[in-house]
Ligand binder design. Structure first.
Ligand code: MN
Length: 236
């Protein structure tokens, strides 16, 4: 009953705000060349990852929502209520959301966290090295395909989590929820051409590409976002 009520309210929301949302979804243009992240991520991997894998998620997501009320929902709404929208939206909507974030936080001109961000990381994890260790561990222990995340929890703390396949911490099917501000793709398609089975080497190398100015901006936005307020606290 609760489920039905939520679905109906989403439908009403959809009809209340027609055409505000840019649909269908589109593949973002990368703000850097495919070879810009060498030697840490090779050009061929980047090209296939963006132009084939990510494009397929976008196309499949658009097919899944076409002609349905889901067409009127933005990507955040689709993620927050994904249990109502079926596996195609879960897999391909997740794929689209996750890769959008991944391309954004990577840069050929990486930047270090600010003093403020370092203090926040220190309070939450004990320090930058500890955060890196936790994220590496999350990526290494994710069996098969998935993602390692740094999230803002509904309690407004930072936490490291991981998810399988193209799930992400916004989704109402995921146990540890929050707004992701950094995501690391640990699908083999993200590293196999260059690193083969050495996922750990890829996870170590990726720190050379993280643009902390973007992560920090996402942190600030997440703290005051409607999206975060929509995720129930663990006690609720
Ligand atoms: Mn990927």
């Amino acid at each position: 009953m609760k489920t039905m009520k939520m679905f109906l309210s989403l439908l009403m929301l959809a009809f209340a705000m027609p055409s505000l949302l840019a649909q269908p979804f589109t593949l973002p243009t990368l703000p850097y060349a495919y070879d810009a992240l060498e030697p840490y991520i090779d050009a061929r991997t980047m090209e296939i990852h963006h132009s084939k894998h990510h494009r397929a998620y976008v196309n499949n997501l658009n097919s899944a929502i076409k002609g349905t009320p889901m067409e009127q929902l933005d990507l955040n709404e689709l993620m927050l209520g994904v249990s109502h929208f079926g596996d195609a939206v879960r897999n391909n909507g997740g794929g689209h959301y996750n890769h959008n974030l991944f391309w954004e936080i990577l840069s050929p001109k990486p930047s270090e966290p600010s003093e403020t961000m370092l203090r926040i990381i220190s309070v939450n994890f004990g320090g930058m090295e500890e955060l890196k260790k936790e994220l590496r561990q999350a990526g290494m222990t994710q069996f098969g395909s998935g993602w390692a995340w740094l999230i803002v929890t509904p309690e407004r703390r930072l936490a490291v989590t991981s998810t399988a396949n193209q799930d992400n911490p916004l989704m109402d099917v995921v146990e540890e929820r929050g707004v992701p501000i950094l995501g690391i793709d640990v699908w083999e398609h993200a590293y196999y051409l260059h690193y083969q089975n050495r996922r750990g080497d890829y996870l170590d190398a990726i720190w050379n590409l993280i643009d902390w100015s973007v992560v920090e901006k996402k942190y600030g936005e997440a703290l005051v976002s409607q999206t975060l307020m929509r995720i129930p606290r663990e006690s609720e």
